[in-house]
Design a binder for this molecule. Sequence first.
Ligand SMILES: O=P(O)(O)OC[C@H]1O[C@H](OP(=O)(O)OP(=O)(O)O)[C@H](O)[C@@H]1O
Ligand SMILES: O=c1cc[nH]c(=O)[nH]1
Ligand SMILES: [Mg+2]
Length: 212
Amino acid sequence: MRVHVADHPLITHKLTVLRDENTPSPTFRHLVSELMTLLAYEGTREVRVTPKEIQTPVTKTTGVRIAEPTPLIVPILRAGLGMLDGMTALLPTAEVGFLGMARNEETLEPYTYAERLPDDLHDRQCFVLDPMLATGGSLSAAIKYLFDRGAVDVTAICILGTPEGVARIEKDFGDHENLTVVLGAVDDGLDENGFIVPGLGDAGDRLYGTAE
Ligand SMILES: O=P(O)(O)OC[C@H]1O[C@H](OP(=O)(O)OP(=O)(O)O)[C@H](O)[C@@H]1O
Ligand SMILES: O=c1cc[nH]c(=O)[nH]1
Ligand SMILES: [Mg+2]
C-alpha cells in the first residue's frame, strides 16, 4: 500500500477556504471539484495505458491511450458525489459505479444503504472518491467491496485524512501492493464525536446545504 499526501500551496490554499465555516455551499462545491482535479492528477499517476500508434502531420509516432477495461470511478455517497465531476473531467471514458454509505454517528460504524457496481471487477482499476477519511471505517469497507469483487488495483482519493484513518487502512490492507491512498492533507486527529480536527465539519452537509 502506498500513501501520498499532496504538498502543494494551491491545495493548501483551497483547503483553507473549504475549512472556513463561513464558506457557503455553492463555493464549497466548487472548491471540492477544483481540489478533486488537482488530486486526480496525483491519483491517476498509475492509470493503466496501452501503446497507440498515430500519424502526426509530420511523422508516425507511438503514444498511449487509457487501457481496456476502462477504469471504474466509485464515489461514496453522499459526500463523494461532490468529487465525481472533477474526476470524470480528467477520465471522461471511465465508468462510474456507486456506493451509498453512512456512518452511524453513535457507533461510528459505517453501513451500506446502496450499491450499484458491476458484479465482476476482475481486471478493473478502481478509483474510490470520498472527501473524508476519519476513523477509516467507511473507506475500509468500500475498498474491501472492490477487492472482494476482483478489482486488481484500487486508488482512494480523499481531501482530508487523519493519522487514525490512515492507520486503519494500513492495518486492514497494509500488505496489499495494489492500493494507493491519495490525500490532500492529513489533519491532527479525531475529536470525541469522530470528527476530523481541525477538519471542515460534515462534508455531506456542507456540500448539500443540510448543515444546521
Ligand atoms: O472514516 P469514517 O469514520 O468512516 O468517516 C468518514 C465518512 O463519513 C462521511 O460520510 P457520512 O457518513 O457523513 O455520510 P454522508 O456522505 O451522506 O454525509 C464521509 O463522507 C465518509 O464517508
Ligand atoms: O469530520 C468528519 C468526519 C466524518 N465525516 C465528515 O463529513 N466529517
Ligand atoms: Mg455526512
